[in-house]
Design a protein around this ligand. Sequence first.
Ligand code: PFF
Length: 436
Amino acid sequence: MKIIPSPPRATWSRHWVFILACIGSAVGLGNIWRFPYITGLHGGGSFLVLYLAAVLFVGIPALLVELTAGKALRAEAVNAFRKMLRDKWWVSALPLALCLLILSYYLVIMGWTLFYAFFSLGGNHIPFSEAASGWALPLAGIACLALVELVSRMDIKDGLEKVNIYLFPIFFGSLVFILLHSLTLPGFSEAVSYLTTINMGEVTSPLNIINAITQAVFSLSVGMAVMLTYGSYLGKKADVFHSSLAIAVSDAAIAITGALVIFTISFTFSIPVSSGPQLAFESLPLAFLSLEYGEFLMPLFFILLLSAAITSAVSLSETLVDNLKIKTGSRRTASGAMLLLLLVFFIPSALSYSPLAADFTLNGIPFLEFMDAEIVGRLAPLVVVATIVSITWGWNGCRRELRKALPGFLVSPVYLMAKYIVPVAILTLQVLGFFS
Ligand code: PFF
């Protein structure tokens, strides 16, 4: 098959907007909703140590190679893989399929945050089971789908960039406010000690290690062609190294802050920290409400979640539309095609908790949780391997471009990590995790 020349590519209007957009993609429900509940399920401080190690040894090398490849190849993921793998463009179907799967249920949870942000404005709390019994939550999900669709029809300067520029201050301001408030609560010291207590048995469990890697790659949005796409909008002189560090540090710092806030509230109100995915929507709002200024804090918490979710969702839709556009020719039709594809998985996810559709459970697990834990949880590390193996093994220019991007002493360590150590470690852990 012939290499299709990519049309001239859009470029970020400023470098800081690129960094903001990457942080916006990385920081999302994964930090404030997924990280605390996964940490709660897998041993608190022990999981935190594993997660930080995974960010350092897997997330950062993967981010560096993905952004470097994106910047050098300046093409859609499909064409970038085509160039790297001598026409084997179909490998790009793996990260792109994962983007589609993640976005389909991500929008559902984003819908919950929209619903709660709106209905908690007057200081009311509607229990999750009651909210889920009608059509309100799926409809809120559809509103989110429409929002993402709208943004993805616009070119990056009018859509993606503006969304990130407007929403980041809202997100950051709410986070700082909620954090400062949680410092005054009695559960804060318990939350700190929970997050700093390490149990060697938990740190060496292959299942916990693989869960930490999954969380690190999910949270940093690496291996799914999103960072490849964002990197492809960079100019020739852009600094990938310092940007990657800024993205990884911000993402981890915000995940830890999110966990601190959520565990502080959980300990203050004796809510079990391992309550699972609905923790943020069931027990936490009630806890917020009973605090001083609760009627203000509760909606603020959901606005925080919603703003974080939007900037991540638009990064997934940008990646999908950028590639679909190769076939459809225009952004508009590409985003229409994305909508149709999304609906296939969005509908069962949106009805997972609804008594109207009790069948949308798989293996007794609600479809949405099945997607998150069984599909994305299992596939994400493997797709990261496929992506970084394609870049480091398939692309001749990889080492040369890393040399341009990184300080000299880091070129070999990053290259060797990404090329040999990370893929072998992930594959081995998957096998060990499977049998444990
Ligand atoms: N990083 C986002 C979060 O933590 O919520 C989710 C996400 C966005 C995952 C983009 C993967 C991705 F490619």
